[in-house]
Design a protein around this ligand. Structure first.
Ligand SMILES: [Zn+2]
Ligand SMILES: [Zn+2]
Length: 1024
């Protein structure tokens, strides 16, 4: 409590100090030193690449420096003019949603046509009245609202439509974002780069006018979105998220021109204020307003955004108390919104151990990475170095780790598109990483300096930075990112294969998709090969806003390569469970389930997927088996990159009208949800089938294998369908981004249903084959198995080099006899026979396989944790049985305690007598760090203000818990917001001890602990 109190007191004092400040503490520019400014000016004068890097900044500054002071003051809209990031979700009043072909913000807002927006599609101009004249009348003279599309600032209403079209507000929003803010920022930057006081004067004219208006900016009362959609939608000039950028840029601008105020007598004369009064005006009405707005969440973005604004503003203010408070706040704040948790808590509680923020979508969680990287770099100015933190380090390795195949990051959640999805480490992050960690991996990402220059320039701030460090003496080691990988905390298996141009990857996502921008996509697979997405996820919806498309289609289970139960989307975003992950040079295998996404419905919802190389470097296939039990109907869906698909062995009906939902059901209608079917908003929460987004359905019934093939240039993709029962097959079209402006994909769906009382049991089996030039697979067939063995699938794949027998089972202990004397009792096995019938290669995991007298064994290893050394990233385990000299390198290890399971990869293994010492990569084992509040010994609970996402991300019961000194240990019973409950009867008092003397006692939750059971899936590879 003492700590909380201290923070509160500081905050209150600080509030008083800021409110009553008489003299401005800011003396001079704070963000760059005089040496840095000299360096930048020298480079600009002498190095062409430096000039090129900032030429757009200088060009815009020159353009705006020519405007009169009066024009600059007048062009800045007062708070009374509303803002809107969008005109309408209906698009353009003339051409409708066609306009979205040009993006969500495609309407032009030309500076030379004040208050006019122009449709990029039909070129219509809105509004019809002269809003500038209306504004001059104090927004009072309504006789000025002339023409067909008049807008008084609060939008124009089209007869028959519920929502308005916000032309003026859209212009206003984008006038700020496209013109005013960049102009001020660039004028100030141009001054810094050139020392030309003309730029500083123009920037100051604008900054002073913005400071006049800024305190009254209130997005709740002055925006389209708060008016029409969400009254709590907050912000200042723009919405709270985008305002983080606005305020950061304005704070920088204030800093850069600060030293010019004294000599700007023209400005002082025009405003009737002396230099000190101008400084007070900017300090109070901009800088201190930013701090105030951050505290009120009016400047509040994704994790890290407002922290950056806060730190920038505090540094710029040169107020020592404020800076101290901000640094402490950024590190140690807790008990606030999760986006405001201090780094010491957030890095543990809100980041996956692989180094991404707690969001499903790479496009979003990588924002966390960038913002935190920037803050860590900024914090160096305050003598705080967080680069040694394991999770901070992962922030920089993440794009390598997450890369699926050359050029692709998995398209999970609202991220990427059907063609592209790629997260690259930006050059500035690579530079930070290379300086901090010295890993040669980062060096190639630094842009090549030209003409013996000391560095390259990609952005303004580069001109101020030192020369690049020297090149590394060693080559980068990328092997770690070419093998298959399991991102066990995030919940993604990446099966990788092939080299160079033939690189490929299959990803299976089973992680927690909460935290925003996640899809109902558990157990979704994506396939990337030969530089193309072969099973593409749709990625980012048309709008991340209230529209039928995201909840009905893009974010819905139906658009993904997974199974839908009872024509309902997955019920939640819960994490699935990994059962097995195994890899070798030619075979990769993953087995995961997610029954929790269909609670009370599915008792089995589990996918076993293998990627198997063919001897040709440019050909491979995927065996996909999806087991489902529960509900009355199942839809297993895959989709190809285009609609030019040829079918063999099946006779589909002609495409029919309407949608898959029915001939009479129009596109996009939420036909199976009475509340939303005819609604104009409130679409989120839709849980129906999403079938109205699938068009041109064709149908066929079959219980025989059939083939769908697709080709583009030399890339061949063929899906062999192997029904295990009579199945209704559907081929139909689904559109990326849902608005039918982009070419559709071919969706292929296997549909099973039951009329009986028993829950439906389905086993879906496909073999997905990809090759360059010629397909190599001749035939694929299912081996007939005993009728009661639905848990087991055996497939024969005949190809140019012989035949493979592939075996997958949920009951590895059960022995299955296959033709030709093969017997399997394993989770997964593959045997490759050559054209002479000789066994050439085999792989097995979780059991054994035999053929005549030949036998290959790979039983799972079991044991328990003896010691955990988190600072060394090591664990010491006892393994039972006779293990021999088994190689544990790159093997999966599962830690289990109670309901909790943690999945890691073994990166180093050493034997010490009966024990094994395993190094698990430099990942953080800590999963929770909570400030200790009140302790209730009787209830065995600990109160905490800290935002713990533990129970949302994964089952937690059984996790190891320790005090701050790690001297006392417990097991976790539950961790709900505000309260941690512990098992056992050891006293809880050791939890209140503050070991490091920082005035805070924290409780630590670990991914695994001493006594946890351990499972290392067995695997064995045979080559004749
Ligand atoms: Zn139009
Ligand atoms: Zn998706």
């Amino acid at each position: 409590m003492r700590v909380l109190l201290t923070i509160l007191v500081t905050a209150v004092c600080f509030g008083v100090a800021v409110g009553k400040v008489d003299t401005v503490p800011k003396k001079t520019i704070a963000l760059f030193t005089p040496e840095q400014i000299q360096r930048a000016r020298h480079r600009l004068a002498n190095e062409e690449p430096a000039r090129q890097a900032v030429q757009d900044i200088l060009k815009m500054a020159q353009q705006w420096a020519q405007f009169s002071d009066d024009y600059l003051r007048e062009t800045i809209p007062p708070p009374q003019v509303p803002r809107a990031f969008n005109i309408s979700f209906s698009g353009c009043p003339v051409c409708g949603r066609e306009t979205f072909k040009y993006g969500n913000y495609g309407f032009e807002t030309p500076l030379e046509k004040p208050w006019k927006v122009i449709c990029p599609n039909c070129k219509s101009e809105f509004p019809s009245n002269d809003f500038g004249a209306f504004l001059k009348s104090g927004m009072k003279d309504r006789s000025l609202l002339t023409g067909d599309y008049p807008d008084d600032g609060w939008g124009w209403k089209k007869p028959g439509e519920e929502k308005k079209y916000w032309f003026v507000a859209y212009y206003c929003h984008w006038h700020w974002m496209r013109h005013i803010i960049p102009a001020v920022h660039n004028l100030a930057r141009a001054y810094l780069l050139t020392g030309d006081s003309r730029y500083a004067h123009k920037a100051l004219v604008m900054l002073c006018r913005i400071a006049d208006y800024y305190p009254d900016m209130d997005h709740n009362k002055q925006s389209r979105y708060a008016t029409e959609f969400q009254p709590s939608y907050t912000g200042k000039i723009v919405n709270a998220i985008w305002e983080t950028g606005v305020a950061t840029n304005l704070a920088e601008a204030v800093d850069f021109v600060w030293d010019a105020i004294d000599n700007d007598t023209e400005l002082q004369r025009a405003l009737g204020k002396d230099a000190e009064a101008i400084r007070q005006h900017l300090y109070r009405n901009l800088l201190m307003e930013f701090i105030k707005a951050i505290k009120e969440y009016r400047i509040s973005g994704n994790y890290g955004m407002h922290q950056k604004t806060l730190l920038t503003t505090a540094i710029v203010s040169q107020h020592p108390e404020l800076l101290k408070w901000c640094v402490d706040y950024i590190l140690n704040n807790t008990g606030d919104r999760y986006t405001h948790e201090g780094l010491q808590f957030a890095l543990v509680n809100l980041f996956f151990r692989e180094g991404m923020g707690h969001e499903s979508a790479p496009g979003y969680h990588f924002i966390w990475n960038q913002e935190v990287a920037r803050i860590c770099d900024y914090l160096l100015r305050a003598n705080v170095n967080l680069f040694g933190h394991p999770t901070v380090k992962r922030l920089f390795y993440y794009p390598f780790e997450m890369s699926a195949a050359k050029g692709f990051t998995p398209t999970i959640g609202d991220s990427g598109s059907v063609d592209i999805s790629r997260i690259d480490l930006p050059a500035w992050m690579a530079e930070i990483a290379y300086r901090q960690y010295g890993d040669p991996l980062f060096y190639p990402l630094l842009p090549k300096p030209q003409n013996n220059a000391g560095r390259a320039y990609t952005q303004f701030s580069d001109l101020f930075q030192p020369d690049f460090p020297p090149a590394p003496s060693a080559q980068p080691n990328t092997s770690r990112y070419e093998r298959s990988r399991l991102l066990g905390d995030y919940g993604l298996a990446i099966l990788r294969g092939g080299q160079g141009e033939n690189q490929r990857a299959l990803t299976l996502y089973y992680g927690w998709a909460g935290g925003g921008h996640g899809h109902y996509d558990r157990l979704n697979i994506e396939l990337f090969a030969f530089g193309k997405k072969l099973l593409p996820d749709l990625g980012y919806p048309q709008f991340a806003a209230d529209d039928p498309e995201p909840p009905g289609w893009t974010q819905h289970t139906v658009s993904h390569c997974t199974v839908m139960v009872d024509a309902q989307r997955q019920a939640n975003l819960a994490r699935g469970r990994l059962h097995r992950f195994a890899q070798s040079a030619w075979v990769q295998f993953v087995d995961a389930s997610a029954e929790s996404v269909y609670p009370d419905k599915a008792s089995l919802y589990r996918r076993q997927t293998a990627m198997i190389d063919l001897p040709n470097a440019d050909a491979f296939y995927v065996v996909d088996v999806f087991h489902v039990q529960g509900g009355r109907q199942h839809h297993y869906s895959l989709h190809l990159p285009g609609t030019e698909v040829v079918f063999h062995g099946i006779a589909f009906s002609e495409p029919r009208n309407g949608t898959l939902a029915g001939e009479q059901v129009p596109f996009g209608k939420m036909y199976d949800d009475p509340q939303r079917a005819n609604a104009a908003s409130g679409f989120h929460g839709y849980t129906g089938s999403g079938f109205a987004f699938l068009t041109d359905p064709q149908e066929a019934q079959s219980d025989r294998p059939w083939l769908a093939s697709w080709r583009q240039d030399d890339i061949r993709l063929r899906i062999h369908w192997l029904p295990t029962q009579r199945t209704r097959f559907i081929a139909c079209n689904g559109y990326p981004k849902g608005n039918r402006a982009n070419p559709p994909l071919k969706y292929l769906i296997a549909h099973t249903q039951t009329e009986g009382a028993e829950p439906l049991r389905s086993t879906f089996v496909t073999v997905i084959e990809a090759a360059r030039s010629r397909p190599l697979i001749r035939n694929v067939r299912l081996f007939p198995l005993a009728p009661d063995s639905a848990d087991t699938v055996a497939i024969e794949v005949s190809h140019r080099y012989g035949r493979d027998v592939v075996f997958l089972s949920l009951t590895p202990e059960k022995q299955t006899e296959l033709p030709d004397g093969i017997a399997c009792s394993a989770a997964f096995a593959v045997m490759r026979f050559d054209n002479e019938g000789k066994l050439g290669q085999a792989f097995v995991t979780g059991g054994e396989v035999s053929w005549g007298t030949w036998r290959l064994q790979a039983h799972d290893l079991q044991g328990n944790v003896e010691q955990v050394l988190p600072d060394k990233h090591e664990v010491v385990v006892n393994l039972r049985g006779n293990i021999g000299d088994e190689d544990l390198l790159h093997r999966l290890i599962l830690f289990r305690a109670g309901e909790h399971q943690a999945e890691y990869e073994i990166f180093r293994a050493g034997r010490e007598g009966k024990r094994w010492r395993l190094w698990l990569g430099d990942y953080e084992f800590l999963r929770g760090r909570a400030l200790v509040g009140g302790i209730d010994e009787a209830q065995r609970t600990v109160r905490t203000p800290t935002v713990l996402a533990l129970d949302a991300v994964a089952p937690v019961q059984g996790m190891a818990v320790s005090n701050e000194a790690r001297t006392a240990w417990w097991r976790l019973k539950s961790a709900r917001r505000g309260e941690v409950a512990l098992d056992g009867d050891a006293p809880l008092t050791p939890l209140s001890a503050d070991a490091d003397g920082d005035g805070r006692a924290v409780l630590l939750v670990w991914d695994f602990g001493t006594g946890d059971s351990v499972l290392i899936p067995g695997q064995a590879d045979y080559r004749r």
